[in-house]
Every structure is written in structure tokens, then in C-alpha cells.
Design a protein around this ligand. Sequence first.
Ligand SMILES: Cc1ncc(COP(=O)(O)O)c(C=O)c1O
Length: 338
Amino acid sequence: MSSFVDLRSDTVTRPTPAMRKAMAEAEVGDDGYGEDPTVNELEATFAERVGMEAALFVPSGTMANQVALRVLAPAGTAVLAGRRAHLIAYENGAGARNSQAQLTPLDDEDGRLDPAAVVRARAGSAHHLPSVGLLAVENTHMASGGRVVLPEAMAALLAAAGDLPLYVDGARIFNAEISTGIPVARLVSGATAMMACLSKGLGAPVGSVLAGSGEFIDRARVERHRLGGSMRQAGVVAAAGLVGLRTMVERLADDHARARRLAEAVAERWPGCGLVPDAVATNCVVFEHPDTDGLLEHLRSGGVLGGTIALGVMRLMTHHDVDDAGLERAIATLSNAP
Ligand SMILES: Cc1ncc(COP(=O)(O)O)c(C=O)c1O
């Protein structure tokens, strides 16, 4: 796939030379005994960076979400999240399978959840509806084109949630930080727990990190084990994550600028596709197209790979492995699409 401009996802990035070096040189131990110094360093660095007490390295963003559900949402309770949130739409029903969660979709137009909908859902148990165990917020919100959930919106959701735990799926929360200049610690302030992925825009080959209170992380460690996600000499991959965290955050601004240019080209070619380029503030371009198969084939013939996230919905994502030359190729191919 390396000769293609690969816009299918920001997960396609390959580790940088600095990551490979750090991986080769990583000090390791058995993380099952808490003895991997590089994993411990990653967890401590991440917790401090996001303003939480403790953190846990997990193999994937999906596992971070699943562990959080198992710790925070009692079996059989409703888990409120956007109807297009990864937790609801893109984990193969894992919340139901692993946590007996009643995944309860809320409207997430423009990536926003309505606090009034949260209040209504919480009141439901007095009216024959399931009691609510958890509210999950995705920031950035992928399916709406990487929209950022700002602190004011979070504050309103926290107020609506009351004593309900609030979890942030922050797979791309560092994109939110770079786009707004608001530190992650402020973006997640008040949340019970959060996670971020190292394997997306930050370019690491593997891994996500979950963060919360010390007690939350103790319980999360047990649930990670139950799901088969405990690792041994995981410092080899944690080392790449540390490089990502320390050196790959600032550069996300380049991905955002390229995504904006891509969005402008899309909106110019298909003015009715529902895409507002000015609203593309991070690295994700989502738009409607009546013939996504045909468009994907056209892109492929021009050396460009794209993807879909629903019937008739295209997604193009910028990342570290797409440079200006690649972007120009993508724009030219999009612009001459039939
Ligand atoms: C918002 C969001 N959350 C979670 C995940 C899951 O991450 P992973 O692919 O590492 O399981 C993704 C993956 O794309 C995502 O977009």
C-alpha cells in the first residue's frame, strides 16, 4: 500500500525512525509484575499529561473503551453515547457482549450531545426505562468529521450527568488540544476516566492509554486481564508510545491544515455533500456521496485510498504519512472525479 496516498485512517501510520530506535533500546521487564520500567514511565507520563491520578497501557482503543465500560457501567444499565460514537457503532457490539451494557444512542449531530437528552435518560428509571450507568463522550467526534467537544459543552454534560460517571473516548483528544490550544487536562476536566490512542495521529504502532483515579486504574487492571489484554515485556511498544506523546503532538497541526485543504477541494467538487470546510478543525473529512464504491475506485485508480464509515458516507483522514505531495495528488484526483 506504500505507493498509495493512504487516507483510509490515521491508524495506517508506520513507526518513525525515532520510534524504532526507542523500541530497539527499550528497557523492559514483566509488566504482569509491574516491572516494565518503560510501561511504568509511559503510564506516569500520560497520567500527568492528562491531569489524572493514574494510567494503564492497553493494546487498543477498543480495549480501553471496553475496560472502562466494565469498570464504570454496572451490567444491565444504559450506557449513553452518541449514536455514531465508536463505543456504540464501531466495536462490533462489544459493549453488549463484554459488559452486558444496554448501549443507548443519543443524537450526535455535529458531534454534540444534548445535555437535556442526558437529563431525560436519567429520569427514565422512574418511568419503566433502564437506569443509566454511564455517559460516554467522544472527543474528537470522528463520525461528524473530527469535531471538538469544548470545555463549555463538557461542563453542561457534566452538570446533566450529576453523579453519573462520565467517560471520555479521547482516541484523538490530542488533535482537539492542538486544534483549540486547550490542554487535554482541561478538555477532560471533571471526567471520571478517559483514554487516548497512541496508534493514530501520534504514529505509534500499538497501544492506547486509559486514565482515571488510582482506584479506577486498579479495577481497570483487573478488567484488562479478564479481557486478555495484560502484556509482558510491553516496554518495546510503550517506548514508541512515549516518543509519540513527546514528539508527535505538535505536528498534528500539519494534519489539520491538510485536512482543511482536502475539505475545500471536496466542497468545491460536490457543493451539496454536506461538508462545511470551515468546520473541519482536526484531521478528519467526512462527507456524503451517492456512489461511494465508484468514488473509491476512482480514487484508487489515481493512487489514493479512502474509506467509508456508513452507507453513502465517505471518510478521508490526514496523518503523519501524508505529505504535501500526497495531498496534492489526492486533491487532483478528487477534483477530476466523475
Ligand atoms: C473514536 C474512536 N475510539 C476508539 C477507537 C478504537 O481504537 P482501536 O482501533 O485502537 O481499537 C477508534 C478507532 O478508530 C476511534 O476512532
